[in-house]
Design a protein around this ligand. Structure first.
Ligand SMILES: [Zn+2]
Length: 338
């Protein structure tokens, strides 16, 4: 640790349970933030300030005006330029703490890329907006023995639980299957910034505790910032019949369960039909006679009202203006081909 590090992080080093040992562990650690929305931006910002060594930020989406109410690292320019969230977050973090190595990844986390994206992470923070991604993270972490911290928030309410494989229960011990039927989403039920930041703050604290080697107390925390009610219960013990940590059947990791294509509460569908990179420049020249085309080097946006197609270089497309996968596939076939 340098003298500058000692000065910079002096206030948390002075906090005895964390101390210089905790700081050194954090400086040596690689943390992956999966999903850089309300939870992920807070986690990334807080961990960068606390002095994490490497921060990998994985997000498939771009910044929109309606994100700014709760997504800490973004500003109006990011939204007007439709920057990918991972890129915008990395730019902000570089200005906050230049000694942190930030690795932005503009991609959807899938069974096909999770190994490449997360294999060297010491801990994973959940900033995802859907259960399928969380089950995939859970499978990966349980199979490799990597700790992760689950978190979710909607409306004024949120929940968080740290998962340390081999010690605590896992997500599927608590929720064996994803919830079925209509769920509250940030679009239907709204969401308050203080709810997401409270949950993200608790997730970050858990990450600091786990990485610093603090003795572990497994709790599930739920909080409602509107009623002011905060509850903690002990995590249940590990379930021997749990498909993941008990039976070690990793259906999400093995790709037997498909990731959803309808995006959570977004009036949008994501498709990833092409498995090869897309040349955005040549696509732009093909599409420009058909509608308005904008490209920022990270993504191409093609507007053909009432739809907006955002194409990423890896071949992934987000189609806004429909939640119907069939409509999305037909728009995709019409404009992107493949
Ligand atoms: Zn389990």
């Amino acid at each position: 640790m340098t003298l500058r590090d000692r000065e910079r992080y002096s206030r948390q080093i002075r906090f005895a349970p964390f101390g210089e040992t905790g700081q050194q562990h954090l400086l040596d650690a690689c943390v992956a933030v999966v999903g850089c929305g309300a939870l992920g931006t807070f986690q990334a910002d807080a961990l960068a300030r606390a002095g994490v060594g490497r921060l990998r930020i994985v997000d498939r989406d771009y910044v929109e005006l309606s994100n700014l109410q709760r997504q800490w690292l973004f500003d109006e320019r990011d939204a007007s330029e439709s920057l990918p969230k991972a890129i915008a977050a990395a730019q902000k973090i570089a200005a906050i703490n230049s000694s942190v190595t930030v690795e932005p990844v503009v991609a959807d986390l899938t069974a096909a890329n999770i190994e490449e994206l997360l294999e060297d992470a010491d801990l994973i923070l959940d900033g995802a907006d859907n259960f399928e991604t969380r089950y995939l993270i859970n499978d990966f972490c349980v199979s490799r023995g990597v700790p992760w911290v689950y978190g979710a928030a909607v409306g004024s309410y949120g929940i968080t639980m740290p998962i340390v494989p081999g010690i605590t229960c896992c997500l599927r011990c608590v929720y064996p299957e994803p919830p079925t039927g209509a769920q509250s989403t940030c679009e239907t039920a709204g969401v308050l910034g203080p709810a997401t930041s409270l949950i993200a703050s608790m997730q970050t604290a858990e990450a600091m505790k786990i990485l610093s080697g603090e003795r572990y107390r497994g709790k599930i925390t739920t909080a409602d910032v509107w009623t002011g009610e905060i509850r903690q219960i002990d995590q249940p013990s590990r379930d021997a019949a749990c498909p993941a940590c008990g039976l070690r059947q990793f259906a999400y990791l093995n790709g037997e369960r498909r990731a959803p294509v309808s995006l959570c509460g977004r009036d949008a569908v994501q498709l990833h039909e092409l498995r090869s990179p897309v040349d955005l420049d040549s696509l732009a020249s093909r599409l420009s006679p058909l509608g308005s085309v904008r490209s920022n080097g990270f993504a191409l946006r093609f507007e053909t009202p009432p739809y907006l197609l955002t194409v990423f270089p890896d071949g992934r497309v987000i189609i806004k203006g429909t939640t119907d996968v069939g409509v999305a596939r037909s728009l995709y076939a019409r404009y992107i081909g493949g």
